[in-house]
Design a protein around this ligand. Structure first.
Ligand SMILES: [Zn+2]
Length: 99
């Protein structure tokens, strides 16, 4: 039995997979963002975002889009410093609760 994590991610048989195309992504104990497609662009190149400097933000911020390696559906987005690791949105701690 699968447990839904997000709109497009679920856990089944100890693995995180895409609900849309069933692509296997990674073990449930891992950060799925390390195993999916990533698109990174400087925040200044995002239409409508403008220059972050007047707002006291770091100009080197980037927008990251994470997409399924099987069907390319967008799984998540985040704004981060380029050198920062992908945010770990959720961590499954007790395997007995998810199968
Ligand atoms: Zn997919």
């Amino acid at each position: 039995m699968a447990q839904r994590l997000t709109e497009y991610l679920e856990i089944a048989d100890g693995r995180i997979r895409c609900c849309r195309c069933s692509a296997d992504i990674c073990d449930r104990a891992e950060n799925y963002k390390l195993w999916v497609l990533q698109d990174r662009v400087p925040i200044t190149e995002v239409p409508g975002a403008g220059d972050p400097a007047p707002y006291g933000m770091a100009a080197e911020l980037e927008l990251r889009r994470y997409c399924c390696p099987g069907c390319a559906v967008q799984l998540d987005t985040e704004v981060s410093l380029p050198e920062a690791a992908p945010l770990w949105d959720f961590q499954v701690e007790d395997a007995a609760d998810v199968d």
